[in-house]
Design a protein around this ligand. Structure first.
Ligand code: ADP
Ligand code: MG
Length: 676
């Protein structure tokens, strides 16, 4: 209680309540840790805003939505899921009693398909808006309209950690900005003289060094992903063992990333015991989303893992890239929350000044927009077409065209640019459009049950235990464990077989373990499958389990996938020892090494036609999650694709004139206010 009253934001309670009373939109800026995420909703709850509606607080990350909801429920003294709940994709922990609901921005976006005025909410807090996730950006645009017009008033609060406050305020017609000055102690910045050979090793060494030399205070190390974190934990533990006993404080080493079990995650929020230092090795979640108390030293290698979609090549990349200067400032700030701290930047100041981008590129400018565009098409509100959508930062024209092309190829929109009946069904499913289309095709082909399984397995990230990454290893370990091999049809059919075998084994957890499968991922897939089946049953689709599981079903399943992934087909190029993708941005690619052994037959031959889930950029572009398809299915698709010309899409061409005017020199869509 005491700690909460000391949070900076609570000293601004009156001012916040007054500003929200008088304005429809308010921006709240405060340092991370000032209490925006946990306290704002409680402040407005106390001010009576939950009498005629609920308070929704969006989070860009699932892990934050869950963790923060749990914390706030605890602060308010009730069980999670009653007064305070959360809702994330495939999981809803709310009830009739819920007044404060934490939810991912994606979840709120989907809710608005069925209620575009957000009627159940009296207040919507768009939290961590500075992260500029794709969904947050779209919500900003939608809320801008609704907040202006809705009756009874919808209050919108945008929170942001750093410099973006003015930008948000300008976007919302100069709405008021409340600045909550954080209690931030000075943080000394220490730069490396050169770029380390391995930032992972350098981070581990620096952490040990700080631990040995510096007085007490926790150390927070930023790394880019789970693998790296696990590796660093092992290295740290080894090095700690080599320290002379009694020469320094005790130490506890802890991970913090999105796929931790809640119990493990909770440990990060417990203070260190006396005479003990914690070293927390975290991903970006610790940058702004989750606040860990007690940190005095931050170690920042200056990297983050970022997904990037290139609309011109259709290629996804998940790569480790330099953070921006804004991010570097955020990270350093984590060291100054309890007392003066230090931030060790494992890069030279010249790199910071010359190579780092000033701010992170918003996700809308580096993501596939297929889902987002379909969403906006679904809403079909006046002035809400894509090219005139009031984005805070507009996407690239190539991305919009790419999205339209893809949607047209799966029949989600028609030649007139309008959403089709099929498109509406697809939009309503909490899945990327290609997977949604697959399920609907599967329903027609009588293999919905199988398709549900495959889609659920694909939604779960790593099915196989880590460590056996390389294709050969994976194949070998599968031979040992005798998992089915997909009958040479590839990953999708194999996923189906694995799940069905697991089911035959009564969903036994031990069975997963002895077959090298990630238990959490398998349980997640099972749950996702159940949730999806529920949604489809509500839409009167039948998850018919009795369908035969013979080759014929695998055939229908592959055919259904072929409909969904019409834009992601590839043909074998024997001469080039690879495949080339079809469509408007054809290129030569390789099979992912883990997929390849699933496709090659006894004679060493590969199938002529395949579809793929992802095209990943790497040293050489490769296809991930591949399924064999038949030429007969491909031919009509190719014909259709040939006739698609996005620029002459009449839905667009109705605006062709404006479009040309609406494009700036940098090829980005220029903002047009509805009044223009
Ligand atoms: P902001 O959103 O402004 O960054 P938060 O509301 O997230 O700030 O955090 C305010 C305080 O609440 C922090 O001191 C943090 O340690 C504490 N806190 C937040 N979440 C948790 C949690 N899950 N467990 C324990 N403490 C938490
Ligand atoms: Mg926050």
């Amino acid at each position: 209680m005491e700690a909460r009253q000391l949070l900076p934001i609570n000293r601004y309670e009156e001012q916040i309540v007054e500003a929200v009373g008088k304005n429809r939109v308010v921006v709240v800026i405060g340092e991370t840790g000032s209490g925006k995420t946990t306290q704002l909703a409680q402040i407005l709850h106390r001010a009576g805003y939950t009498k005629d509606g609920i308070i929704g607080v969006t989070q860009p990350r699932r892990v934050a939505a869950v963790s923060v909801a749990r914390r706030v429920a605890w602060e308010m003294g009730g069980p999670l899921g009653e007064e305070v709940g959360y809702s994330i994709r495939f999981e809803d922990r709310t009830s009739r009693a819920t007044r404060i609901k934490y939810l991912t921005d994606g979840c709120l976006l989907r809710e608005c398909l069925f209620d575009y005025e957000f009627k159940q909410y009296s207040v919507i807090i768009l939290d961590e808006a500075h992260e500029r996730s794709l969904n947050t950006d779209i919500l900003l645009g939608l809320l801008k309209r609704v907040a202006q017009n809705r009756n009874p008033e919808l209050k919108v609060i945008i929170t942001s950690a750093t410099l973006d406050g003015q930008k948000f305020s300008d976007y919302f017609y100069r709405c008021p900005v409340i600045n909550v000055p954080g209690k931030l102690y000075p943080v000394q910045l220490l730069y490396s003289t050169e770029v380390p050979y391995s930032y992972l090793e350098s981070a581990v060494e620096t952490a040990i060094d700080v631990h040995v030399r510096e007085p007490e205070g926790d150390i927070l190390v930023f790394l880019t992903g789970q693998d790296e974190i696990e590796k660093a934990l092992r290295m740290l533990e080894e090095k700690v063992l080599m320290l002379e006993e009694g020469s320094c404080l005790d130490v506890i080493v802890l991970p913090l990333h999105a796929s931790l079990a809640p119990e493990v995650q909770a440990r990060v929020f417990q203070a260190a015991p006396p005479n003990c230092r914690r070293i927390i090795v975290a991903t970006n979640v610790a940058e702004t989303s989750l606040t860990v108390d007690g940190v005095v030293y931050v170690i920042d290698p200056g990297f983050v893992k970022q997904r990037n979609y290139n609309p011109t090549t259709g290629m996804d990349s998940l790569s480790v890239v330099r953070i921006s200067r804004v991010q570097a400032t955020q990270r350093a700030g984590r060291a100054g929350r309890t007392r003066p701290g230090k931030c060790y930047r494992l890069y030279p100041i010249s790199a910071y000044e010359e190579e780092f981008l000033p701010a992170t590129v918003p996700e809308i400018q580096r993501s596939s927009l297929t889902g987002a565009v379909l969403h906006l098409k679904f809403l079909d509100l006046p002035n809400l077409d894509i090219l005139h959508f009031d984005f805070i930062d507009p996407p690239l024209r190539e991305s919009l065209e790419d999205a339209l092309y893809q949607l047209l190829a799966i029949d989600a929109i028609g030649q007139d640019g309008k959403i089709t009946g099929l498109g509406k069904h697809i939009a309503e499913l909490p899945l990327e459009p290609a997977l949604g289309r697959t399920l609907l095709a599967a329903e027609d082909l009588g293999c919905l049950s199988q398709a549900l399984t495959v889609v659920a397995m694909l939604s779960s990230e790593t099915i196989f235990m880590q460590g056996s990454r390389k294709g050969d290893d994976r194949k070998r370990s599968r031979e040992d464990q005798q998992l089915p091999d997909g009958n040479k049809y590839g990953d999708h059919v194999q996923y189906l077989q694995i799940f069905e075998l697991w089911k035959k084994n009564n969903f036994d957890i031990k069975w997963c373990r002895s077959n090298g499968l990630q238990i959490r991922s398998m349980l997640f897939a099972k749950d996702v499958r159940r949730q999806l089946a529920l949604i489809l049953t509500r839409k009167n689709f039948e998850d018919d389990d009795r369908a035969t599981k013979k080759i014929s079903t695998a055939r229908s399943l592959r055919k259904a996938l072929c409909q969904g992934f019409a834009c992601r087909l590839a043909q074998r190029m024997p001469k080039h020892n690879g495949y080339h993708t079809v469509g408007n941005k054809s290129q030569l690619v390789q099979l992912h090494p883990a997929t390849s052994p699933l496709l090659v037959d006894e004679d060493g031959l590969y199938p002529e036609w395949v579809l793929y889930h992802e095209l990943m950029a790497s040293t050489r572009p490769f296809l991930r999650h591949v399924c064999v398809v038949e030429k007969d299915w491909v031919v009509p698709i190719l014909e259709k694709l040939q006739n698609i010309n996005v620029r002459s899409l009449s839905g667009l061409s109705a605006h062709e004139l404006q479009k040309d005017q609406a494009l700036g020199e940098d090829n980005k869509v220029v903002l047009l206010k509805p009044s223009d």
